[in-house]
Design a protein around this ligand. Structure first.
Ligand code: SF4
Length: 315
């Protein structure tokens, strides 16, 4: 039976090290590297993928979710909606004509998976409703693997998961059989972050430059799970990405029945207090200390030319 080894590459350190391990153990013709492009990525991630392709002489397939059909169906639903039911508080469930007009104006596929997903859902994903991971990362990877299974291959899905990454991953298994022909393999499961960086360095592979710019992990820019410190660094270093998210908030709000949408809520600072909508409230909150009640007056003095990496990569 032919076997294909599929490595999911994210542009981060763990998946890069996983790819290096796979290249050591598996012949190149049986190895497939994939990248699930969320569309909410920093440009450094795309550049880093190009760098990896050149440095390792390997092709990384870029996969993108497409929500054109879902958006088309939602347009139809909104245009036809005439429900007369009321919710528990007695509010009408149907779309108002004003909300319909505004939603139909913006509800068109843009080709950006993250934005299209949020336009379709009429909201951003949340920490408890993290549908972004499933729709933008897991589903395209699973579809890719199913295609290989349909072609008669056995598939080994290589994942750069480490147990010390988070509480949720503390019991991650090194290998799991999912079906007769599909199994997962996590070669770094008991590695530390330091081991990962040094393994990449031994192979003369540079880390993604975002690690030296205050990012604890490489994923969406920003990720809904970004820490307060990461939001602060993103606002200072990459204000263009904050501006993009603010534009997306306006579009997604227009596509929603409530005509409101926020990327992530800012604890402790109401939108009206910050004087601006959504993500800019988060930026204001990220400048504060003591649970959002005081501004961090020294925070602005941080020298941005220096390494802000939580892994001490410039030491
Ligand atoms: S990196 Fe964050 S925002 Fe992006 S898909 Fe994953 S959880 Fe969602």
């Amino acid at each position: 039976m032919k076997i294909k080894h599929v490595v999911s590459v994210s542009g981060g350190k763990d998946s890069t090290a996983t790819l290096l391990v796979a290249l050591q153990r598996v012949s190149r013709e049986n190895l497939c590297a994939i990248f699930c492009d969320t569309g909410n990525e920093h440009e450094a991630v795309y550049e880093y993928l190009d760098y990896l392709e050149l440095a390792l002489d390997i092709k990384i397939d870029r996969l993108k979710s497409d929500f054109s059909d879902e958006i088309r169906r939602k347009r139809m639903f909104i245009a036809r909606d005439q429900r007369v039911k009321r919710d528990k508080k007695g509010r009408k469930l149907r779309w108002t004509n004003k909300a319909k007009r505004r939603a139909l104006e913006v509800l068109n596929p843009t080709g950006n998976p993250y934005l299209d997903l949020c336009l379709w859902k009429g909201r951003f994903p949340g920490r408890k409703t993290q549908f972004c991971t499933e729709e933008l990362k897991r589903n395209p990877a699973v579809e890719y693997q199913l295609n290989l299974l349909d072609q008669g291959y056995q598939v080994v899905s290589w994942q750069g998961v480490r147990r010390d990454e988070s509480f949720a991953r503390r019991n991650a298994k090194k290998s799991e059989r999912i079906t007769l022909k599909l199994r997962t393999f996590r070669p770094l499961v008991d590695w530390t972050a330091e081991q990962v960086f040094s393994f990449c360095a031994q192979h003369k592979i540079e880390p993604n430059p975002l690690y030296k710019q205050g990012m604890g992990r490489v994923g969406c820019m920003p990720c809904i799970n970004a820490s307060k410190a990461e939001f602060s660094q993103i606002a200072k270093r990459f204000p263009q990405h904050i501006a993009r998210i603010s534009e997306w908030e306006n579009l997604v709000a227009s596509a929603s029945k409530r005509q409101a949408a926020t990327f992530v809520p800012a604890p402790g600072i109401a939108t009206k207090d910050a004087g601006q909508h959504g993500i800019y409230s988060v930026v204001e909150w990220a400048k504060t200390t003591r649970g959002g009640r005081q501004y961090d007056l020294l925070g602005d003095l941080t020298e941005l030319a220096t390494c802000a990496s939580s892994y001490g990569l410039c030491e």
